[in-house]
Design a protein around this ligand. Structure first.
Ligand code: GAL
Length: 380
């Protein structure tokens, strides 16, 4: 509403309400009320970290899309450090950003920055991860995160043979020993992924087809702070010692992100599993189609991942930014799901796909996301 009011108040804008650059007047030319030249507008893009290749790809794609549309871009990565991200956003605001696109580290830690943005009439788009506990989140571009969790659990069931890839009932009846992992509790997405996964797995746990031998099924017990690979590796090592030293074997692991999957696989291989699926490595799922994991899938080590086309997400962020900067509301396709604790944030959700070895070609190579050489080498 705030933005609509401003867009409709060309006369007031002319009086200087938003006369300086970076005051959200981005949407209008100060004197005429006409749309501003993109070349006069700067978009601040705050990304969490460069340790995961997906965020580098996201940052690059958003920057390129905005530059192609004529805007200036201030792209920052925060090394997964919350104060650094806060500081970067503060600086973007001080330096006169006209709009912010933010993939948060801790979704609950940016309320002060977002208040400053709102005070300067700067629209904020949450990117991939919802920013919580603030009314000053204007839009959210993401994937259908609940569905991602459903897909992760589905691929686990397919890997175990409980389901076929087409969703029909498979031949295997279990019981299968499985362990569960979730992402960082301060990332809103982690909760959606886990909920989608558990809603899918619960009936098989109840029926005894799946046995979570450690008994650890609460998200607090299975979460991985900051999505760190080493943390997941350590927890898998601990699980093998605490729960599987009686000679029993773990057969499946729900992992919500490729970085964690690689840590889990390392722990399993170090303990003598595998090294490949055919040689007894458990079915391990993933997310993000990171090149190192796509290679592992191609080599029959990791079983699956979820492909979220970051090019499409970046494109959607750019389209939404353009709407705000033209004084309009971006188009949402979901206005119910993402309650950030203060309000339901209008969202645009994109679709994801399950990657198995046999569709790497059609999903990832044919679409130009990775080349055949990259898949073979595991290097971007
Ligand atoms: C989530 C994101 C996932 C994955 C994870 C770890 O927020 O949606 O795709 O990248 O963070 O970086």
């Amino acid at each position: 509403m705030r933005r609509i009011t401003i867009a409709a108040m060309g006369a007031v804008v002319a009086l200087g309400l938003a006369a300086c650059s970076g005051s959200g007047a981005g949407s209008t030319d100060d004197s005429t009320g006409a749309a501003a030249d993109p070349a006069d507008l700067t978009v601040g893009v705050a990304m969490p970290t460069q340790t995961s290749e997906r965020w580098i790809a996201d940052g690059d794609a958003v920057e390129k899309g905005l530059k192609d549309a004529g805007y200036k871009v201030d792209l920052q990565f925060a090394g997964d450090d919350i104060p650094t991200q806060q500081q970067q956003i503060d600086q973007m605001i001080t330096k006169g950003a006209d709009l912010l696109i933010i993939a948060s580290i801790d979704g609950t830690a940016l309320a002060t920055q977002l208040q400053a943005a709102a005070d300067a009439n700067i629209p904020v788009i949450a990117y991939d991860r919802l920013i919580r506990d603030s009314e000053n989140v204007d839009f959210y571009v993401t994937f259908d995160n609940y569905k991602v969790g459903v897909q992760q659990a589905t691929s686990l069931l397919v890997g175990l043979g409980v389901l076929n890839a087409d969703g029909s009932k498979g031949d295997a009846a279990g019981p299968f020993n499985v362990e569960l992992f979730a992402g960082s509790l301060d990332d809103n997405n982690a909760h959606f992924f886990y909920q989608g996964a558990m809603d899918t797995l619960q009936e098989y746990i109840d029926a005894g087809t799946l046995v979570v031998k450690s008994g650890q099924t609460d998200i607090e017990q299975v979460a991985t702070l900051r999505w760190l690979q080493e943390t997941a590796q350590k927890r898998m090592e601990d699980l093998l010692t605490s729960t599987y030293s009686d000679g029993s074997k773990v057969q499946g692991v729900l992992s919500p992100y490729d970085g964690l999957s690689r840590g889990i696989i390392t722990a399993l291989q170090n303990a003598g599993y595998g090294p490949t699926l055919a040689q007894g490595l458990p079915v391990v799922t993933g997310q993000d189609a990171e090149i190192a994991s796509v290679k592992l899938i191609n080599d029959d080590v990791q079983f699956s991942t979820i492909f979220k086309d970051t090019r499409k997400l970046a494109e959607q962020a750019v389209v939404s930014a353009q709407s705000f900067l033209a004084g309009e509301e971006p188009e949402a396709n979901d206005t119910e799901t993402y309650d950030n604790g203060v309000k339901v944030v209008p969202s645009f959700l994109l679709k994801s796909d399950i990657v198995y070895k046999d569709n790497i070609q059609s999903l990832l190579i044919d679409s130009g996301y990775w080349t055949e050489d990259q898949v073979a080498s595991g290097q971007a």
